[in-house]
Ligand binder design. Structure first.
Ligand SMILES: Cc1ncc(COP(=O)(O)O)c(C=O)c1O
Length: 636
């Protein structure tokens, strides 16, 4: 046990900062999850992986902790409960979960069952999400909110939802939707409630700033709000107006943006009340940020406030406006998705290979150049390598660059053979590594060595697809905490970037979270003869919904975990990832047709004497078996 090193690892990866009490490193140097947020109840992630392996489940795998979902729902709810008491707010709080944030059935099942006690509801943005949401046993007080653009069919579905007994609120995005709603209402006895999505001047902050403000694609202008109110009144449906809604974007990094938006929306609410309407709910949308880098700042991957501060500000500002305007206190609705879902899952995968300079320890012996006489410039490079030191490394490094360029020119002119070229490349890399090593002793590193450091990192080939498992990392440069699952009692010796197994150069991860900065390399150990696993954390929000099947790598295996009060944990459910045949079917391939084509080709090979009948039969059977396998890399 190397407690000092383990503490260093905690700081190096920042796990105590971004882990929110759900993740840590134990005294054996293993990453653990505390699914209930209690430090003494731990699930060792390497042990989970070992157990799954025994059951025939290989990495990549997504580990799901439904207790973390419950913990986050509870944290949100109790933050509001506390704020309501502290500021003597006379209304209530209720939460809904936005379906789009993670539509996996396993996930929504957990949200609904954990959320029942808190009357948690669901928010949907499409007909498909609505159809799924309607099948869940929500409580009588829970809301089922229909957002997004709606056609007649969607609005008809919402009427059927209300008829089935759900508390459906149709949030209108435009006057046309309301006209259709009113037309249908005339013919129905059970009519859902209506909400109006208001376009605010106040803007969010961060990557999703465009979701809000004057030019947003969402929400009704003030004139449209007034028109909608008039339409409702003309149809004698004013009592159906139940909600005013806004959403200023996801991952709001600065609390003051929320404050401004809630202030504005509270005034809109108060003025609508004063016109004689009585909306019971003010829906303040989602957007609570996740502190992915643990910096608690307004940086894009962080948020400069806690959930409690968010609840306090929301309740205080709304309560203040209601008191000031003398209107009833509404129930405040939150539609947070990211902060509820992000923590609950971890993608774990294995490192298959290490490529690049740092794969070689600095001291390794130089291979002999066995091919006779070597060129003068190669001898010079060898001299540099043998004599570079802390005092001359800048000058010697510059000389090495010159010799290296000269040697390339000589090769292109045909004066060097491949063995010379390989020897020169090897020498040059070693000089670079030594120069970097010596530059590390300087208090202020020269810019050229900072640049050199970036290109000298190793590449760790990880058995996963970024496009499937962390698509936002590729699409919008979202940062996620990444770290090895074990060996934290050992100092990591390599600086590395991570490359995935897709045939796409974009499948490369070269920015990593850090409290004070963004790292361009991750500290990793040199894999030994044991599998080396790394985890991608806080990936529970949006990553599964946005996952794509680049190179036909599909959904990965899943395992759900539960821990009891005695600290015993178990794998409660496993779901196999997409096999090759299902991925092909999803792209319209007919499996029978494929097998038929194979059969023809094997038969021809047998007929032409290239295979024996036995080999032909065997080959066909093996192809049929491979078609059902996991597309990710299996053990060698
Ligand atoms: C209308 C609406 N509500 C809620 C959310 C959830 O936001 P977040 O996941 O940032 O909490 C979104 C997502 O952007 C949204 O568009």
């Amino acid at each position: 046990m190397n407690i000092r090193q383990i503490q260093e690892a905690r700081e190096l990866y920042g796990i105590d900062d971004w882990g929110a009490g759900y993740f840590g490193i134990d005294d054996e140097g293993h990453v653990v999850s505390h699914p209930t947020g209690e430090e003494h109840l731990s699930v060792s992630l390497p042990e989970v992986i070992a157990k799954l392996k025994k059951q025939g489940m290989h990495t990549p795998v997504i580990l799901r902790f439904p207790q973390i979902i419950e913990g986050q729902l509870e944290r949100m709810h109790s933050a509001f409960r506390q704020a309501i008491t502290e500021f003597h707010f006379k209304g209530k709080h209720i939460g809904v979960f936005p379906f789009k944030v993670n539509q996996r059935r396993e996930f929504i099942d957990a949200v609904v069952s954990c959320g029942q006690r808190l009357n948690y509801g669901l928010e949907v943005g499409s007909k498909t999400e609505f159809i799924a949401a309607m099948s869940y046993p929500l409580t009588a007080e829970s809301l089922l909110i229909c957002n997004g653009f709606k056609d007649r069919e969607f609005i008809e579905m919402s009427f059927l939802g209300a008829a089935m007994g759900k508390r459906v609120v149709v949030v209108v995005e435009g006057p046309d939707e309301l006209e259709t709603f009113i037309e249908l209402a005339k013919r129905q006895t059970i009519v859902p409630e209506v909400g109006l999505r208001v376009r605010l001047y106040a803007k969010g902050a961060g990557k999703w700033e465009k979701s809000s403000g004057d030019s947003s694609k969402f929400g009704l202008t003030t004139t449209e709000v007034l028109n909608c109110l008039a339409l409702l009144e003309a149809a004698n449906l004013q009592d159906r107006l139940a909600m005013l809604h806004f959403h200023i974007g996801s991952q709001i990094t600065e609390i003051k943006r929320f404050k401004n938006a809630i202030k504005e929306a509270s005034r809109v609410y108060a003025k609508v009340c004063k016109m004689g309407y009585n909306p019971a709910f003010l829906n303040i949308g989602g957007g609570v940020g996740v502190d992915y880098d643990g910096s608690k700042s307004s940086f894009l991957s962080s948020a400069n406030y806690t959930m409690q501060e968010f609840a306090n500000d929301a309740i205080y500002v709304l309560g203040d406006v209601c008191a000031n305007e003398g209107v009833p206190y509404p129930t405040i609705v939150t539609e947070s998705g990211r902060v509820i879902a992000a923590y609950h899952s971890v993608v774990v995968t294995d490192i298959r290979e290490v490529q690049g300079e740092e794969a070689l320890p600095i001291e390794t012996d130089l291979p002999e150049h066995s091919d006779g006489e070597v060129h003068k410039s190669i001898k010079e490079l060898k001299y540099i390598l043998d004599n570079i030191n802390r005092k001359n490394y800048v000058e010697f490094y510059h000389d090495a660059i010159e010799y290296q360029e000269e040697l390339f020119t000589l090769f292109n002119l045909g004066y060097l053979n491949l063995a010379d070229r390989a020897f020169a490349e090897d020498l040059f890399r070693r000089v670079c590594r030594r120069a970097l090593y010596f530059s590390g002793f300087q208090r202020h590193q020269l810019e050229e060595f900072e640049d050199l450091q970036k290109v000298m990192v190793s590449k760790y080939l990880a058995n996963f697809s970024m496009f499937q498992s962390i698509p936002d990392s590729w699409a919008i440069d979202q940062l996620f905490p990444v770290m090895p699952l074990s060996r934290h009692d050992e100092k990591p010796s390599h600086k590395a970037t991570i490359v995935d197994i897709t045939c796409d150069s974009d499948g490369c991860l070269d920015t990593f979270v850090d409290r004070a900065d963004v790292k361009t390399a991750l500290d990793l150990h040199v894999p030994n003869n044991q599998p080396y696993y790394i985890g991608f954390f806080l990936v529970g929000a949006y990553q599964e919904s946005l996952a794509n099947e680049h190179n036909l790598f599909g959904a990965i295996h899943e395992a759900e975990l539960h821990i009891n009060a005695d600290g015993d944990w178990e794998i409660t459910k496993v779901t196999k990832g997409d096999p090759i045949d299902e991925l092909l079917e999803s792209r319209n391939y007919d499996l029978k047709e494929i097998v038929g084509c194979y059969e023809l080709q094997f038969n021809r090979a047998v007929a032409e004497g290239r295979l024996t009948p036995e080999e032909g039969k065997n080959g066909l059977q093996r192809m049929a078996k491979f078609m059902k396998s996991y597309p990710y890399l299996l053990d060698r």
